[in-house]
Design a binder for this molecule. Structure first.
Ligand SMILES: [Zn+2]
Length: 250
């Protein structure tokens, strides 16, 4: 017999765990984390948490009508407007779209951001994706969480060992092997989140053939229906993070 464990963390769940947390979401391209984790970030912000988004690249190569230079200016403005609407701080990495290097330098860059921001939780891409920048971001971030702890890794800031968990966001481009493990009730911020993601032209339409707005809004409704809430967003974790030790069955 297979027993499914669904952990539903809503207003009471995360808030009962600590007073104020800092959540750092790291995406490959501006809009990735807004779309996949933005509702969770807005929800946690409402609970009093500090929320920060790091976009490794602006995702400036994706507009068929604008040069990357011009689209980068637009994406930066959109990223700032979306973050503001979510109640998040925003950091934009120095890397070019489609050419995010999977190397030590990128790991040191993220490790230094982690040391500066001092997150309680980190959210990033799931390890499998058909997009190279997404796969690289996932690998870079998971290594950087460990590197940020180490004295031997020298960056501009001292070591930081406070990350309690890494979560993976539910992205249509990263779906291979992704299984929702935690569902967060985001019904209270759904409209706010919809307004935030529509700051991006690629979400409103006319840039990509993919129907971002329709997909993500209906996906949160679908996830909510699965767990008995109006809207929910899901996260996965590493297999090792699923291990629970109990003194007895509850
Ligand atoms: Zn992306």
């Amino acid at each position: 017999m297979r027993v499914w464990l669904v952990i539903l963390i809503g207003l009471a769940g995360f808030s009962a765990m600590a007073q104020q947390r800092t959540i750092l979401a790291v995406g490959a391209h501006a809009a990735d984390m807004d779309l996949t984790a933005g509702a969770i970030l807005a929800h946690q912000k409402k609970l009093g948490d500090r929320v920060v988004i790091l976009h490794m690249t602006l995702g400036e190569a994706g507009d068929p009508y604008l040069s990357p230079e011009k689209y980068a200016v637009q994406k930066r403005q959109e990223a700032e407007a979306s973050a503001k609407a979510l109640g998040a701080e925003v950091i934009i990495g120095p890397y070019p779209d489609a050419m995010l290097p999977n190397n030590e330098e990128a790991r040191r860059f993220v490790a230094d951001v982690i040391r500066q921001v001092q997150p309680t939780y980190v959210i990033t891409h799931w390890k499998n994706s058909f997009h190279k920048d997404h796969r690289n971001t996932s690998a870079i971030v998971t290594d950087a969480v460990l590197m940020a702890e180490l004295e031997a890794v020298k960056t501009d800031h001292p070591p930081y060992r406070g990350v309690r968990g890494v979560f993976y966001a539910d992205n249509w481009e990263d779906s291979e092997g992704f299984h929702p493990y935690i569902y967060i009730d985001v019904s209270d911020v759904f409209d706010q989140w919809k307004g935030a993601i529509r700051e991006y032209q690629m979400v409103r339409g006319g840039v990509s053939p993919f129907a971002y707005f329709d997909y993500y809004t209906s996906h949160l409704a679908e996830e909510g229906a699965l767990v008995g809430r109006k809207y929910a967003a899901s996260l996965d974790v590493d297999e090792s993070a699923k291990r629970q030790v109990l003194d007895s069955l509850r």
